[in-house]
Write a protein that binds this ligand. Sequence first.
Ligand code: BJW
Length: 236
Amino acid sequence: MGDMSNIRNIVILTGAGVSAESGIDTFRSAGGLWENHRVEDVATPEAFARDPDLVLRFYDARREAIQTKAPNPAHDALARLDAGWGGKLLLVTQNVDDLHERAGSRRLIHMHGEHLSVWCTFCDARHRWRDPLLDRPPCPNCGSPALRPDIVWFGEMPYRMDEIYAALREADLFVSIGTSGAVYPAAGFVQSARELGARTLELNLEPSQGSYLFHECRHGPAGEVVPEWVEELLGG
Ligand code: BJW
């Protein structure tokens, strides 16, 4: 990966491809999650207002499913990097599963929310949550039946953007793993990182639509290319 001796601060962006080998569907590939659902029918605030049962059923099923899945060697490697890297490191995930934290990653931001969190639209509280929402359970804080998935839908602001851009400003290396680069603002991080002086690397199964924006690309399954890259970085 060229000269790595000057790398101290790292920002890593992950997407659905990092969890694919754990058996969690990606969004846009053939056979992907959204082949059976139109995005605008399930992943917008308008869809939730129009047909809350449809949206809640969709998320109840996925919340249940992720609890039966386990981290794969890509998650494990990123957790080893977090534990072993002396410089700054921030793992920004677009994923709403909890496999990074179950693998042991600590310096982690879920920019698109989490399946295992709910948000009360009445009192604004958030709670850890594993059960279905379809039967409208009361908010543990205010008692209102107003819980929704704590997921960032289209048109909503992703979480903790100030912290993410602050980390990008300090980054010497930006690495994008298993994401198609189709959804903004995450898809724009590579350009921001480059403009701010970072080296940029893509690890993905195949070239993404933004591959040309990276200094270097490595293609292959995350469960193989991520551990290889992490060992290189920790060993070097
Ligand atoms: C492997 C692999 C293996 C497979 N190993 N790799 C025009 C221009 C710019 C922006 C916009 C625009 N029009 C609208 C917007 C904004 C919009 C947007 O980007 N839309 C695009 C469709 C154009 N963005 C937003 O609305 C965001 N908010 C925002 O911009 O706020 C500002 C604002 C506020 C108010 C008004 C206006 C602006 C919010 C985006 C929220 C995204 N949420 C979702 C859904 C969550 C719900 C759910 O989970 O159901 O998050 S979208 C969905 O896509 C999910 C993901 O996190 C996200 C990214 O997908 P990802 O991870 O890249 O998955 P895939 O499937 O696309 O790719 C997988 C990749 O892995 C592939 O490349 C495979 O090859 C690879 N792969 N197996 C390695 N084994």
